[in-house]
Design a protein around this ligand. Structure first.
Ligand code: AMP
Length: 197
């Protein structure tokens, strides 16, 4: 890992790392570890939305469906604006489809952000199902505790997120990692491949 010593010029872009993958693949955990070990800011759209007071948002989140792209993108941009002094961002849970990637590209160019790495953590569905069931015992998340909601989340992932992942695979800063490996091993691969931040 190379860390820029200081921002020499204001025009220097702000580095960002994107995590993508199915629900329960470990992207939230790895994003947190990365942020703890660096000076980057964790951006979890799931966490941002869970703090919303909007009853409609709360109800929709319980179903496992993705929320409207414009709503999530506005929340994301607000978060970035509020934290614009951060040395960089780690996106966890955004973008989740092709439209969101286009919106993110706009947000990034408006805010002088640059994608350094895209990490795709892939895990077989059966393992994800078990992990989410386990996580549900302590997460307190309604969407972790219902096998039917898991099916909806996986459906959204396959329909919306997989086409996005497919389109990003050709990018040179894209790396697929098996999320079935030990947590520490995944972290090591991430740090071994991390660009200059
Ligand atoms: P997560 O914490 O990433 O598992 O997200 C929990 C829920 O928040 C998802 O099932 C969606 O309902 C909603 N959500 C989070 N991120 C997004 C996003 N980028 N686009 C649409 N909905 C999202």
């Amino acid at each position: 890992m190379k860390i820029k010593n200081f921002k020499e010029f204001d025009s220097l872009s702000t580095p960002c790392v994107i995590f993508v993958g199915p629900p329960g693949c470990g992207k939230g955990t790895q994003a947190e570890i990365l942020c703890k070990k660096t000076h980057l800011k964790h951006v979890s759209t799931g966490d941002i939305l869970r703090k919303s007071d909007d009853e409609e948002v709360k109800e929709l989140m319980k179903t496992g469906k993705l929320l409207p792209d414009d709503l999530v993108s506005k929340e994301l941009e607000k978060f970035i604006q509020k934290n614009k002094k951060s040395a960089g961002f780690v996106f966890d849970g955004y973008p989740r489809n092709l439209k969101q990637k286009t919106l993110l590209d706009k947000i990034m160019s408006n805010n002088n952000l640059e994608t350094i790495n895209i990490f795709f953590l892939d895990v077989p569905e059966e393992t994800l199902k078990e992990r989410i069931k386990e996580r549900g015992k302590t997460s307190g998340r309604a969407d972790d505790n219902d096998p039917e909601v898991f099916k909806v989340r996986m459906g959204e992932y396959k329909d919306q997120t997989l086409p996005l992942i497919k389109s990003m695979k050709k990018l040179k800063n894209f790396l697929e990692i098996s999320g079935e490996k030990d947590l520490d091993e995944v972290t090591e691969i991430i740090f071994d491949n991390l660009g200059e931040i």
